[in-house]
Design a protein around this ligand. Structure first.
Ligand SMILES: Nc1ncnc2c1ncn2[C@@H]1O[C@H](COP(=O)(O)OP(=O)(O)OP(=O)(O)O)[C@@H](O)[C@H]1O
Ligand SMILES: [Mg+2]
Length: 478
């Protein structure tokens, strides 16, 4: 689509209202207006004054899609422009910011924009060198080395997205260091990855065949790394090792400015009173502030406000307090002091309405959506009103609620099930509760109503990392 010769997006925003304080006189300076435009034309993408020549990806299925939205806040355009600058200079980048999907989304937006193939890996405490380099697999009695993400990215000229850099343990740091600094890596199967520059120099004195027999492999000049991480010590993790840190160009990625977020939320919730939207956002922002953190309160998941507003938009009569409880289950996870601190903030923004507003009642009906595959129409009764909405559904036959011979439904179960249906409209669900309170049974009942097959996975602290599990599972099945 980038080949079309037209102006796809012309976005003009202005960076107003931001001011710098200037000591000693505390002079307030208005920042000059920066207008960033995003233009696709003739195989080139331009962000502001910087342009990037697109290459046709060899594996278009590895290029991220659907991350770029049609309204691009100015802050996002600035981040993208910075990433483009670094990319053009051949530098790897490190996006640092609070928990949430925003940094990853920026990375994916950038790759979508520049049509780059991605290799993604979520680092964990259990990630080993092998996970990044090569894994040995046995197929019909023979052992193979299978290239892993970093090797594939380096040799195929893809962009390696390393999520959770703060989780990387000491053992993987040398591998990363060498790859980042020298574009070099020694592989288990005897091959040696070498930077394009050094390889091409060798090629002046030796033939390609010779280099092949020496098992030297060229690292593509298009290979880049985008690392994503949390600032440590504010959050838990390993402080970044200074040598590794110096390999990256780092940029702080904080939540979008209030004004941009508000704009986005208004668009998502046209049925919700504007005042209520801004109260919700103010609460979220307050719960992410330094003062809240000093009180020991966890960050509010700001990025989840958007999906929550989809729910609220379909059910504007819902209590804000109960909705917030689903995003930020403070009464289950905080002690008495924490709870009253959060309630203080709720009342400050007039969101303490749990007793005044109705909670969703039971699910009335569930049926297959006629013209949309993989979806179901669900009708809930809330405060004498019946509301029908669509949720994704599984491939199996749907089943009416309260028709299971083994699941016993109390009024509070019915309400929970109705709330889960609402949440399912927008996001994944986590049920929290004391041991043996019925979480697994409820999850199964929910899955059966919507025709999903379930795949229980027991998570233990530090067992193995999910991706590896996923691969193993695929091997067992496949
Ligand atoms: N609504 C219900 N209807 C029928 N049986 C129930 C219900 N709720 C709980 N049970 C019974 O209680 C037992 C514990 O439930 P379940 O295994 O779902 O709890 P859990 O919260 O998943 O526990 P754990 O924390 O150990 O994972 C189950 O054996 C189940 O049969
Ligand atoms: Mg369980």
């Amino acid at each position: 689509m980038h080949h079309r010769n037209w102006l796809l997006l012309l976005l003009l925003w202005q960076l107003g209202g931001q001011s710098f304080s200037h000591s000693p006189s505390s002079l307030l300076l208005e920042l000059p207006q920066i207008l960033i435009t995003l233009i696709f034309a003739g195989g080139t993408v331009k962000i502001g004054e910087i342009s990037y020549k697109l290459k046709t990806p060899r594996n278009p299925e590895l290029v991220p899609v659907k991350y770029i939205s049609d309204s691009l806040p100015q802050t996002v355009a600035q981040h993208l422009r910075w990433m483009m600058q670094k990319d053009l200079l051949g530098q790897d980048v490190f996006l640092i910011g609070p928990p949430g999907p925003f940094r990853r989304s920026l990375a994916m937006q950038y790759l979508e924009l520049t049509k780059r193939e991605v290799e993604y890996v979520a680092l964990s405490r259990d990630t080993t060198e092998t996970d990044l380099k090569q894994r040995r697999e046995i197929r019909s009695g023979t052992a193979f080395y299978i290239d892993q993400c970093a090797v594939r990215a380096a040799t195929q000229g893809r962009v390696l997205v390393l999520e959770g850099l703060e989780k990387a343990e000491r053992n993987v740091l040398p591998v990363l260091n060498n790859l980042l600094e020298n574009r070099e890596m020694q592989l288990e199967d005897g091959r040696f990855l070498m930077s394009a520059e050094r390889y091409d120099k060798l090629l002046q004195e030796h033939t390609k065949e010779e280099l092949d027999t020496w098992k030297i492999v060229r690292v593509s000049e298009d290979f880049r790394v985008i690392a994503l991480g949390l600032p440590v010590p504010k959050y838990k993790g390993n402080p970044l090792d200074p040598p590794l840190r110096s390999r990256f160009q780092a940029r702080d990625i904080y939540y979008l400015p209030f004004k941009d977020q508000l704009e986005m939320l208004y668009t998502a919730g046209p049925n919700i009173a504007a005042e209520r939207v801004s109260q919700l956002l103010s609460l979220a922002t307050t719960l992410c502030s330094q003062e809240s953190s000093n009180l020991g309160l966890p960050d509010f998941p700001v990025d989840n406000l958007l999906p929550a507003l989809h729910v609220l938009n379909a059910f504007p009569m819902l209590s804000s307090q109960q909705l917030l409880q689903r995003l930020y289950p403070y009464s289950s996870i905080l002690g008495k002091e924490g709870r009253s601190a959060v309630e203080g903030v709720l009342s400050r923004f007039e969101l303490l309405d749990g007793h005044r507003q109705p909670a969703p009642g039971a699910i009335l009906t569930v049926s297959r959506t006629e013209d949309l595959e993989g979806h179901a129409d669900v009708t809930l009764r809330v405060a004498d009103k019946d509301i029908t909405f669509q949720v994704p559904a599984g491939a199996k036959e749907l089943r009416l609620p309260n028709s299971s011979p083994t699941f016993i439904s109390t009024p509070s179960h019915s309400q929970l099930m109705a709330e889960m249906m609402q949440s399912h409209m927008a996001k994944d669900i986590c049920l929290i509760g004391t041991k043996g309170c019925g979480k697994s049974v409820i999850a199964r009942e929910f899955a059966e109503i919507l025709g999903y097959s379930i795949e229980p996975v027991m998570l233990y602290q530090c067992l193995f990392h999910f991706r590896e599990f996923w691969d193993r599972e695929a091997i067992v099945l496949g």
